[in-house]
Write a protein that binds this ligand. Sequence first.
Ligand code: C5P
Length: 226
Amino acid sequence: MKKITIAIDGFSSTGKSTLAKQLAKELGYIYVDTGAMYRAVTYYAMQNNYINHEEFNQQALINDLSKITLTFQFNPNLGFAEMYLNDVNVENEIRTIEVSRFVSKVAEVSQVRAKLVEQQQEMGKNKGIVMDGRDIGTVVFPEAELKIFMTASAQTRAQRRYDEMVEKGQPVSYETVLENVQQRDYIDTHREDSPLVMADDAIEIDNSHLSREEQFQVVLDLVNNI
Ligand code: C5P
């Protein structure tokens, strides 16, 4: 079967990555979590004190962009690729609530977006890829054969993210997670460069009331009909 490009966009914690991973596994495609890339750049900025309390020194981060190398390395035990920042595995560090608090601010910076989009386009140039994010169907791969846009209520999404964090032993309250989800949605949809919008040719899936398996079947049917 001819390999295609699958773009999965949507609001935070809509289960994009779960669906994307499952699809990539089923189809033998590469899976790329672009949110992890923005998170890793945010973590770099935090480590270097370019983000301190509510202050964000954008220029310092922009000056350092050429020093930041992001790679994905497949972990056979987990069955998916983990994020490496300058050759260090940062998969756990980038999933904290602190990184979540600042990532949308970092993702507003055009120079950051330009660097990451270029790398994402390079990774997908041979197709056979499932990429999830906010601007995949609109900016990174506007020619993708299949575009999915995932939504769910903020409460459903916050509950999912909260359950995940509790499972990982991260101390956090549901209210903090809900506030973060709503704040990121706001910044992501209102930023000037590549705001989160549904591509005209995307198919919307509201998964508030769909199980993982049901979503997977819906999308797999779409892939098989291409
Ligand atoms: O997908 P995830 O929730 O991990 O993404 C973290 C943040 O990274 C998003 O809230 C958004 O600000 C940013 N992002 C983006 N463009 C992408 C992927 C993520 O702006 N393609």
